[in-house]
Design a protein. Structure first.
Length: 289
């Protein structure tokens, strides 16, 4: 497949990541179908997209013509078979559970034409753990966007040992043609590049908090003002979801058994308390006011 053959993209999973990936892709002229097992989640994604586009027009950051084009390009389809049947690329953005992803990829393999590339947005589950659930391992790849996907420029493309050079290059170019800056990893490693570096920062921040050396507010302030990060580690976890931070680390620890991969206590405590950040109204910071 050549990049010019890519006309239709299907995104599976209409949560925060999936809905933004879908809308971003539609904004660059691709026909996009967004699907989810939950009709309620899909309806919320459709409402969010409409409000987002209208807001951009109202602020003068998008023309009315561009809004209409994006709306026409993005379809919300509850049936997986209908959404993915003629897709050239499918991007999966469902829950970070290996068994769920393997089952989905097996279904997609049966639904999609042989040419279709199947990409996972996961940054913790490498595609070699999924590829053998399909009959097209050469067309299975990691395509990792960052949250929020409409804003963040980087996409990490991971070429596993099963992934063909053609597949990797098509996904690299698709990233570029949808306004992103991709990097290509030639070897699989959990967490890839950015999240491994961020993980080290978060571990140290949690250590400082746990030892009572500074408060989470002071640690965030130090990182923002001295290191020039746009957001401190605790505020960032609140934004992306403390539940995600915990589950990613718990999975990595289960696989490696290494103490440095164990979820830090401050993250574990917030996760067990159901204080997952902005999505629940409270995390390290309180958003209920």
């Amino acid at each position: 497949m050549h990049i010019d053959d890519v006309k239709k993209v299907c995104v599976v999973g209409a949560g925060a990541m999936g809905s933004q990936i879908a809308l971003n892709t539609a904004l660059y002229g691709y026909r996009v179908t967004l699907t989810d097992i939950s009709r309620e989640v899909l309806q919320k994604a459709e409402q969010w997209a409409a409000e987002y586009l209208a807001g951009r027009v109202a602020k003068g950051k998008m023309t009315a013509e561009k809004e209409v084009e994006a709306r026409e390009n993005l379809l919300f389809v509850p049936d997986l078979r209908e959404a993915a049947a003629d897709a050239d690329v499918v991007i999966e953005a469902v829950v970070e559970k290996l068994d769920v992803k393997r089952q989905l990829f097996a279904e997609l393999d049966a639904i999609c034409p042989p040419r279709t590339i199947l990409a996972t947005n996961s940054s913790t589950i490498v595609s070699s753990k999924i590829a053998d659930a399909t009959k097209r391992p050469d067309r299975v790849v990691n395509m990792h966007y960052f949250n929020p996907a409409l804003v963040m420029e980087l996409v990490e493309v991971v070429q596993g040992p099963h992934t063909s050079e053609e597949t990797a290059q098509v996904i690299m170019e698709l990233s570029r043609r949808t306004g992103k800056i991709p990097i290509l990893l030639k070897k699989e490693i959990s967490g890839f590049v950015a999240n491994r570096i961020l993980g080290a920062v978060i571990r140290e921040a949690c250590f400082l908090l746990e030892q009572g050396i500074a408060t989470h507010e002071e640690i965030d302030l130090a990182v923002e003002k001295a290191l020039r990060y746009p957001m401190g580690p605790f505020r960032l976890m609140d934004l992306t979801g403390i539940d995600v931070s915990y589950l990613v680390r718990a999975q990595r620890f289960a696989e490696s058994g290494l103490e440095e991969d164990r979820p830090p206590k401050p993250i574990e405590e917030k996760y067990k308390a159901g204080e997952w950040g902005k999505k629940t109204g409270k995390g390290f910071y309180d958003y209920r006011k």
